[in-house]
Design a protein around this ligand. Structure first.
Ligand SMILES: *Cc1c(COP(=O)(O)O)cnc(C)c1O
Length: 469
């Protein structure tokens, strides 16, 4: 979402269709460290390896396409967020990517876990995540989902609507229990990468409006409900956020609400959640702040606002997803065809088709998200040329990497690796064109483990009621 491509956005003196932001690499074989998990290197023989395992060997073992997670890198990132925000609670946002193994790693590294569906809650419980460390999100949680959460005693339910408050009260009465709840509020802040918008209008489906007064009403209602234990307020302002500006406005607006609640009830609320959305580098142009920088900035903002409103500082939590699992994962594809297409103005574009596509990474098609790619099965002395990496699907928009410099001799059989593919790729994958979803494997000390196996055509046919006729 950093770079939108419109006609004319290529270099004015273009001889190749490179967008303005994309600079020609000095060495097309070089791997930009911020894009990759910490163990990724190009070996002396030119092959890219992860955690001591060559991607050529990995492809031989598990096939392509595949999602590859660097276990140590994931654990270090999780711990890095926990340590940088010491004293605060860090919830890993399971929607970015969740399976039982990941849930266990998250808990082992001292984090808590956010879920936002019955499916994610089921995975978390199956993994043995202590229920008190689970937070439940969702704007339309089912009764089944809420009941399971209440029966197992989840740590908090982030309440999103007046209907949900009533539903929770009824379920709590039925189960003779109480629910620990936070009120999801809309602050009117919408943040994306370097830009954020702070407005009064909040035209989206999540939460209770602060501006419209519904948030305070909901808080007071929960506070007075014998079945609900109101912990505090939750705010989530966006995704791919690179700095603290948007959080500053959101913190001011939420803490003002704390002050209003205190005025109305005499009670200081105990908890504030600032949500997730911390950005990562998908291309060389992206420059996200480190957890340490963000932590220092957010601590200062909170301390300042708490002082300003004369409040006792609440316990704070955050919910990074992408920033933990994104850079730990790469997507590995095999090249099938290469085509050079004349696009006018004396320019041509190189289309490299790989064996995956929008079914395993919908983000470029859905959000115009940018990615990068590197030739992984060998190095090359060939000239870098602007290339577009596309998939196998029957859609012109089936693009994985819109623009990237790749060696001009990329050919069928080569492996391409797309970095920063750990988040929102497998978790948003589909079976479009009856395509089985790729496996998720992890690598540690040169050894591969399967986290989620590859889907098969038999898996898909098993759902097809007429298939056995
Ligand atoms: C999506 C989401 C997150 C995680 O966002 P990331 O961009 O992966 O950090 C956290 N909290 C809430 C409420 C979300 O909806």
């Amino acid at each position: 979402m950093t770079h939108m491509h419109v006609a004319g956005s290529i270099h004015a003196d273009a001889t190749s269709p490179a967008p303005v932001w994309l600079t020609r690499p000095e060495d097309v074989n070089a791997l930009t460290p911020k894009l990759w998990s910490s163990s990724v290197t190009r070996d002396p023989d030119g092959v890219v390896s992860v955690a001591g395992l060559k991607l050529t060997d990995l492809a031989g073992q598990v096939g392509t396409p595949a999602y590859v997670l660097d276990e140590r890198d994931f654990r270090e990132r999780a711990r890095g967020w926990r340590d940088a925000f010491g004293g605060w609670t860090v919830y890993y946002a399971g929607k970015s990517f969740l399976c039982t193994t990941i849930a266990r790693w998250v808990v082992e590294e001292g984090l808590s876990l956010d879920v936002c569906s019955l499916g994610e809650l089921t995975v978390a419980l199956r993994a043995g995540v202590p229920p008190e460390r689970i937070g439940m999100h969702g704007n339309n949680k089912s009764e089944e989902e809420l009941r399971l959460g209440l029966e197992r005693g989840v740590g908090r339910i982030i309440v999103d609507s007046a209907d949900e408050i009533g539903r929770l009260e009824r379920l709590c009465a039925e189960l003779d229990t109480t629910a620990r709840v936070m009120i999801r509020v809309t602050t009117g802040v919408e943040a994306h990468t370097h830009e954020y918008i702070a407005t009064a209008h909040e035209d989206q489906k999540f939460g209770f409006s602060i501006q419209g007064g519904q948030a305070l009403v909901a808080m007071v209602r929960c506070y007075h409900s014998p079945r609900l234990d109101l912990l505090g307020i939750h705010s989530h302002i966006g995704s791919q956020i690179f700095d603290t500006n948007g959080f500053e406005v959101a913190a001011r607006r939420t803490l003002k609400l704390f002050a209003q609640f205190k005025e109305a009830t005499g009670v200081s609320l105990a908890e504030l959640d600032l949500g997730g959305g911390f950005g990562i580098a998908y291309t060389k142009e992206d420059d996200p702040a480190s957890p340490a920088e963000l932590a220092a900035g957010l601590r200062e903002i909170i301390a300042h606002e708490v002082r300003g409103f004369g409040l006792v500082e609440p316990a704070i939590s955050i919910e990074p997803g992408r920033a933990i699992v994104g850079p730990s994962g790469l997507a590995l594809y095999r090249v099938g065809t290469v085509k050079v297409v004349e696009i006018g103005g004396g320019m041509s574009r190189r289309y490299i088709s790989v064996d995956g596509g929008m079914s395993d990474n919908i983000r470029p098609a859905l959000y115009a998200a940018e990615y990068s790619a590197s030739l992984a099965s060998r190095s090359s002395d060939a000239e870098p040329v602007v290339s577009r990496v596309v998939g196998v699907h029957c859609e012109g928009g089936d693009i994985l990497v819109r623009d990237e410099f790749l060696p001009s001799d990329v050919r069928p059989g080569d492996l391409l690796a797309v970095p920063a593919a750990g988040a929102y790729s497998r978790s948003m994958a589909s079976n479009y064109n009856h395509t089985p979803r790729p496996p998720v494997v992890s690598v540690l000390d040169g050894r591969v483990s399967t986290l989620v196996r590859r889907e098969t055509l038999d898996d898909l046919l098993a759902l097809d009621a007429g298939a056995s006729d």
